[in-house]
Ligand binder design. Structure first.
Ligand SMILES: *Cc1c(COP(=O)(O)O)cnc(C)c1O
Length: 464
């Protein structure tokens, strides 16, 4: 209700302090020391303007005290400077969660990345020769040793790896792919779009659920450069399905002197089947089957930093490295140093102990159950309705579709579970969980050990 007269409004506005007056206050001097002069000035002006507007609109009937005006300014400054990229607690049970940044990194990987950026580094410098060297050497020897292949190279991410591979090896020629693999993979990676961008012509064969070797064979002609196999990793066609094996396709490709290219995706280099989940096809299996080039991500099941890795035949990798696009999608020193450190864990048989993604996959049910039971008991003692129940974690990140690992969850009952979830997302360290059957679920498998106390503390404050 606007029941303030124009004259009253004018009187109110006269009480509004000048910017100079505010600037002389000790609290403003503190604010400037903290946020700098230009931002502080800009935001003090905004506060004064907004207050003036509110008086004129009739929504404000008194002028706040000067200290209050500065306090409002301080809160607004803090709000705009709060980083938008912040740590969260992943209690979803999705191990490689693309929206939450995929793989958390091992201690040694983090240290290597920090060292690389704190100092000048031998990124493109040959110490023995005292002259310019190549950045491509850093992770490559470790990759070829681990994958038992001839050559490898690293780019910014796997989408770039696939684009670079097709641009180099298939531009202006045909590439055969099964209809069942023309999929959108996590993060908006669409195989047909990437193929179009590379200048390769897509030739689709088979149907969504069945593609035979003879379908591929019938599509091969003089202008065929390659068969591309994209691991359709984030969905699963169940039931009546057929797809030739990589070995069968490799033989067919060889008979026709065309290439077999394999977008493996997840970067699994260890067998997942001992941990109660399905076997995810590994990079080594692709190479052993006879694929000419295999591509995969660094930050999914490999458990390292964001990267795209291409490996396989030396002559093809050499051509790929020379393509002009390679420069545009090159990896940086943080990526290369971190990737090398992660690869070292595999080479020294320490992956399960050191790489967080693999620690989570391999963590025994009994261990998770003990944690879930302890959390539930602690929350109960604070008056929170929490119980431990059996459930499932998932690998995520477009790997192992339809495959889940038995876990033990903490289920919280709350009168308004959506509001609880929203509140937990608003915390300084937000907690991301799942809602199922009206309960808020937390999976200890994906909660990092150093975040446990923060998690329980925050729950204590908000769940009662
Ligand atoms: C994840 C994935 C991609 C995209 O990789 P990014 O590293 O996210 O660029 C491409 N292909 C497959 C099969 C994938 O699983």
């Amino acid at each position: 209700m606007d029941n303030v007269t124009p004259i009253e409004k004018q009187q109110l506005l006269q009480e509004l302090p000048s910017i100079d007056r505010l600037l002389r206050l000790p609290v403003t001097i503190d604010l400037m020391a903290e946020y700098g002069r230009s931002l502080t000035l800009e935001f003090l002006r905004n506060t004064l303007n907004d207050t003036r507007q509110a008086v004129l609109n009739g929504t404000r009937h008194e002028i706040p005290a000067n200290a209050m005006l500065v306090q409002i300014t301080r809160e607004r400054l803090a709000e705009i400077l709060l980083p938008t990229l912040r740590p969260v607690i992943n209690a979803t049970g999705v191990i490689v969660h693309t929206n939450l940044g995929r793989a958390p990194l091992s201690q040694a990987t983090r240290q290597a990345m920090k060292t690389a950026v704190q100092n000048y580094a031998t990124l493109e410098y040959d110490l023995a020769a005292g002259q310019r060297g190549s950045r491509s050497i850093h992770a490559e020897a470790l990759l070829t040793r681990l994958l038992q292949t001839k050559a490898a190279t690293v780019v910014n991410n796997n989408a770039a790896a696939v684009l670079l591979m097709l641009s180099t090896l298939c531009q202006g020629q045909e590439v055969i792919i099964s209809r069942g693999q023309l999929v959108e993979i996590g993060g908006g990676f669409r195989v047909p779009d990437v193929m179009a961008q590379s200048g390769a012509k897509l030739v689709e064969v088979g149907t969504t659920n069945r593609t035979h070797l003879r379908d591929y064979a019938a599509a091969i002609n003089d202008n065929t450069a390659a068969i591309l196999v994209a691991h359709h990793s984030n969905f699963k066609i169940v039931g009546f399905t057929t797809e030739p094996t990589l070995a069968e396709l490799a033989k067919l490709a060889q008979q026709h002197s065309i290439l077999l290219l394999y977008d493996q995706g997840s970067g699994a280099v260890l067998d997942t089947s001992p941990y109660g989940i399905e076997h995810e096809p590994t990079v080594q299996e692709g190479l052993e089957a006879g694929c000419d080039v295999v591509t995969f991500s660094g930050d999914k099941l490999l458990g390292g930093p964001q990267a795209g890795i291409l490996c396989g035949r030396a002559d093809l990798i050499a051509r790929i490295k020379k393509h002009p696009l390679a420069r545009a999608v090159r990896a940086d020193k943080m990526c290369l140093s971190g990737l090398a450190a992660t690869l070292t864990h595999y080479l020294m048989d320490r992956a399960l102990e050191e790489i967080p993604v693999w620690q989570m996959i391999a963590r025994p049910f009994t261990d998770i159950a003990a944690t879930a039971n302890t959390w539930a008991a602690r929350l109960q003692s604070q008056g929170i309705q929490a119980t431990a129940i059996n459930g499932f974690s998932t690998v995520g990140g477009g790997s192992l579709p339809g495959s889940s690992i038995a876990t033990r969850l903490v289920a919280i009952t709350h009168h308004n579970v959506d509001e609880l979830a929203a509140q937990l997302r608003q915390q300084q360290i937000p907690i991301i969980g799942r809602i199922q059957d009206g309960r808020f679920l937390l999976d200890p498998r994906t909660v990092l050990p150093h975040q446990e106390e923060t998690l329980l503390h925050t729950l204590n404050r908000h769940c009662v």
